[in-house]
Design a protein around this ligand. Structure first.
Ligand code: AMP
Length: 281
C-alpha cells in the first residue's frame, strides 16, 4: 500500500492511474478503523481498480473541542488493517495540507443542516461537507463509499454532489454490528463494560420498532421507543425519530423511504444508530 501525506504527491500518483485507464474508489474516514470501515474498503474493491482511503480527523466538523481532543487516533494499527484489507493508497494529510488559513466555506444545505444531528452538533455538516468537498477535489474518485451508520451525512453529501455537479457516484454501505447488535463505531473504545451493556438498548429498540412497524402508527412507535430508551440506566436520549428518509421530516403517508434514527449519550460517550423501516419506490 502506498502512503501519501501531501495532496501534490497523491494527485501525481492518481493521475498516472487514471492515464492507464484505472477507476478510483474512495473511502473517507476519521481513522480508528474497525470492521465497519473495512466493509467499505471491501465494497470499493469490487467496483474499482485503485482504492484510496483517507484518514483525517477533520477539526471543523467537531463542535466540541474536548470531543476532538479525545477522538481515538491509531494510525499504526489502521495502516496494518488497510494493508490486510487490500487498500491500495492511504492518504493521511496534516491539517495544513487540507485547509488554507483564510479558507471560507458555506454550503446552502437547507433544513437538514439543522435537524437531528444538526440540532445537537451545530456547524457539524458545514465541516463535513467542506472536508468531503476538498477531498473529492483532490482524489477525484469515480465512486465514493459511505456508511448508512451516518444516514444524515450520506443524505447531505448526496445533495451537495447534486447541487455542485460533482462527478462522483456515491454508494451507501450497510451498518456493520458487533454480535451483540451494537453498531460498530470508533467511539466504542470509550465505552466501559457497563456502558456496552446499556448501549444495547439502542439497537434493541430500533429492531423492536422495525418488527412492529406500521406506517399509520409512527407517532405511537416513536413514543414507545423513547420510553424504552429513557428507562435504561445511564443512557441519556438526544432523539429517537421516525422520519421521511429524503426530507428528515416526520414520516407520513407519502414517504417513500422511512428511517428510524437515534442518538444518545451512554455513560460519557455519544452514540448514533439507525434502521431503514420501509423503502418502497
Ligand atoms: P468515520 O471514520 O466514523 O467518519 O466513518 C467513516 C465512514 O465509515 C463513514 O462513511 C461511516 O458512515 C462509515 N462507518 C462508520 N461506522 C460504520 C459501521 N458500523 N458500518 C458501516 N460503515 C460505518
Amino acid at each position: 500500500m502506498k502512503v501519501f501525506t501531501t495532496k501534490k504527491d497523491l494527485q501525481h500518483y492518481l493521475q498516472q492511474c487514471r492515464n492507464s485507464g484505472k477507476t478510483i474508489g474512495f473511502v473517507p474516514t476519521l481513522g480508528a478503523l474497525h470492521a465497519g470501515h473495512l466493509s467499505l474498503i471491501e465494497q470499493a474493491r469490487q467496483k474499482n481498480d485503485e482504492i484510496v482511503c483517507s484518514i483525517f480527523v477533520n477539526p471543523t466538523q467537531f463542535n466540541d473541542p474536548k470531543d476532538l481532543e479525545k477522538y481515538p487516533r491509531t494510525i499504526e494499527a489502521d495502516t496494518a488493517l488497510l494493508e490486510q484489507a487490500g487498500c491500495d493508497i492511504l492518504f493521511n494529510p496534516p491539517v495544513n495540507e487540507i485547509y488554507d488559513d483564510n479558507e471560507q466555506w458555506h454550503l446552502d444545505i437547507g433544513e437538514p443542516e439543522f435537524l437531528l444531528e444538526g440540532k445537537f452538533r451545530p456547524g457539524h455538516y458545514q465541516g463535513v461537507t467542506h472536508v468531503v468537498y476538498i477531498l473529492f477535489d483532490i482524489v477525484k474518485p469515480d465512486f465514493a463509499f459511505f456508511g448508512q451508520k451516518d444516514y444524515q451525512q450520506f443524505m447531505i453529501i448526496s445533495h451537495m454532489v447534486e447541487q455542485l455537479h460533482i462527478p462522483v457516484k456515491l454508494v451507501m454501505c450497510p451498518i456493520m454490528r458487533e454480535p451483540s447488535g451494537l453498531a460498530m463505531s470508533s467511539r466504542n473504545v470509550h465505552l466501559t463494560a457497563d456502558d456496552r451493556k446499556h448501549a444495547l438498548i439502542l439497537s434493541k429498540t430500533l429492531n423492536w420498532v422495525k418488527d412492529h412497524f406500521d406506517r399509520n402508527k409512527t407517532g405511537q412507535l416513536q413514543n414507545e421507543a423513547e420510553q424504552m430508551i429513557n428507562a435504561e440506566k445511564d443512557v441519556e436520549l438526544d432523539y429517537f425519530e421516525i422520519v421521511d428518509g429524503d426530507t428528515l421530516h416526520p414520516a407520513d403517508e407519502n414517504s417513500k423511504k422511512i428511517v428510524a434514527l437515534v442518538a444518545a449519550k451512554v455513560g460519557k460517550t455519544r452514540l448514533i444508530d439507525n434502521v431503514i423501516l420501509d423503502h418502497s419506490s
